[in-house]
Write a protein that binds this ligand. Structure first.
Ligand code: SF4
Length: 484
């Protein structure tokens, strides 16, 4: 019997990574980085790491496990320095092992830099081939990116046909910025990056802006983070989002905004699932608190997919804001029907795939007094494989529910993501081939309904471009063979 790592959230698309960077002259920043990463733990739980500079050298500490497992007081005390980057990882390309934990570090002679990446490149194979990395040598897209940067030290001046003029090598900004100016335009796909050398931190967002990245200020300096709660937790003020296609360089001269991808940028394509599921509810994206958007999704779900019922409940925790909204708009009482064991790690070893059912049992239990004899509306944000939703419906019925009506606050998830979210290929996606009725039967639900895409956009309420490729099959970039 083969062992495999199963995920107790197998019915949700899985997050990619969280990135964090801080520049605070005169202040020890290892603890700030720890707190920032802790606030971003939901974006990746497989490994954590940070790189800290004391202005003469960069020290990298990283390991497998949660932020609180990788760092303790002693480790943090051994990391002096006033600028740092940090990373929490969920592997979407490359294996889940120490070698792929981030930040990635490279040295070129005396000069060193470190890199943390959220997202997936979609031209990794071509880039790797171009720089002579054989398939067996490539451990991840981040690895290829770091290698590519290393090869551009000192930055090469291209002739005019190369599209980069000599002003790209700006001594004042250091050789890392020069190398980035040359390398970034060649990357395709999704990348929100934090990068550092001994003197500066840098944040980069790809031209589509698939993954979020924001800028904050401290009394003594500056912070860059995947999501705004990582600023809140260390007392930083939110300044603004890093724009798609922007590079911010932070050093003793302050914050400078550069545009290495030029001015002819594609339409922005923020991942719509950041609003549905990935981002923390207290995150602010496009000036909107995510919790409010999720409640609005539930309200629209009630308007478009109403059913007679006695109780509305959410699947903890991600389905709860939309369930609140559904209850508010429908007038059906809201209550709890499931209790979640909060002390279970996100992944664990189970003997075979059939154990997903027991994975749900370990994680969720029903409140039978609340649900016995009742017609339930059960709200969740998404269904990927359907196995855990099916087990949950069974659990609710065994606890006495009279009817179970599943309501999903996003459209059917039909296409794989190539932009930094771990989803199965099409044949593993329940909605890719099955009809609504077939899914309903598979889940054992009395009814099933999804929120239409137009209502999802209206609930988010922002006139902004979104990636919705996993819902529509319309990918914003060319997808070539990527690492798996
Ligand atoms: S394909 Fe889906 S999960 Fe991936 S970036 Fe686009 S919207 Fe997000």
């Amino acid at each position: 019997m083969s062992e495999q790592v199963l995920d107790d959230r197998a019915d949700h698309p899985e997050e990619a990574c969280g990135v964090f960077a801080v520049y605070a002259p005169g202040r020890r920043v290892a603890n700030l980085t720890f707190d920032g990463l802790y606030a971003l733990q939901h974006r990746g739980q497989e490994s954590a790491g940070m790189a800290v500079s004391d202005r003469s050298s960069i020290t990298v500490v990283k390991n497998m496990g949660l932020v609180s497992h990788v760092f303790d007081d002693r480790t943090l005390a051994s990391l002096p320095g006033d600028l740092a980057i940090g990373h929490t990882r969920y592997s979407t390309t490359g294996a889940s092992n120490w070698r792929n934990a981030q930040p990635s570090y490279r040295s070129i002679g005396e000069y060193g830099f470190a890199l943390g990446h959220n997202g997936n490149l979609t031209n990794t194979a071509a880039l790797a081939q171009e720089i002579g990395m054989l398939p067996g040598m490539v451990s991840s897209d981040t690895d290829v990116m770091a290698e590519l940067l290393s090869l551009h030290f000192p930055p090469q001046k291209l002739d005019s046909s190369g599209g980069v003029d000599s002003s790209a090598t700006d001594d004042e900004l250091g050789p890392l910025v020069g190398a980035l100016k040359l390398v970034l335009p060649r990357l395709e796909g999704a990348f929100s990056l934090v990068i550092m050398d001994a003197e500066r931190i840098i944040g980069v967002r790809d031209p589509h802006g698939f993954r979020p990245l924001c800028l904050g200020s401290l009394e003594e300096g500056w912070v860059i983070a995947s999501e705004s709660p990582a600023l809140d937790v260390i007392g930083a003020d939110f300044i603004r989002e890093v724009e798609p296609g922007e590079m911010v360089v932070i050093d003793r001269s302050g914050v400078r905004s550069l545009h290495p991808f030029g001015s002819d940028l594609p339409d922005p394509k923020l991942c719509i699932f950041e609003f549905v599921y990935f981002a923390r509810p207290d995150s602010k994206l496009l000036g909107r608190e995510v919790h409010g958007a999720r409640r609005a999704m539930g309200e629209r779900l009630a308007h478009t997919r109403l059913v007679a019922a006695d109780l509305v409940m959410g699947v903890p925790d991600s389905g709860i804001p939309a369930a609140e909204g559904y209850a508010l708009a429908s007038g059906i009482p809201y209550g709890q029907g499931l209790v979640k064991n909060r002390y279970i790690g996100r992944t664990f070893i189970a003997p075979d795939p059939s154990s997903r059912v027991s994975a749900v049992r370990r994680k969720l239990n029903a409140l039978s007094e609340n649900i016995a004899g009742k017609r339930l509306v059960v709200v969740d944000d998404s269904i990927v494989r359907g196995t855990t939703t099916r087990a949950m419906v069974k659990l609710l019925r065994e606890a006495g529910a009279k009817e179970v009506h599943i309501r999903i606050s996003s459209p059917p998830y039909r296409w794989p993501c190539f932009y930094g979210i771990d989803t199965p290929l099409r044949d593993g996606l329940l909605a890719a081939t099955a009809s609504l009725e077939e899914i309903e039967t598979f889940l054992g639900a009395d009814s099933l309904a999804y929120l239409p895409l137009e209502d999802l956009r209206l609930a988010i309420g922002r006139d902004h471009g979104f990636c919705d490729a996993c819902l529509t099959g319309s990918y914003p970039t060319v997808i070539e063979g990527s690492l798996s």
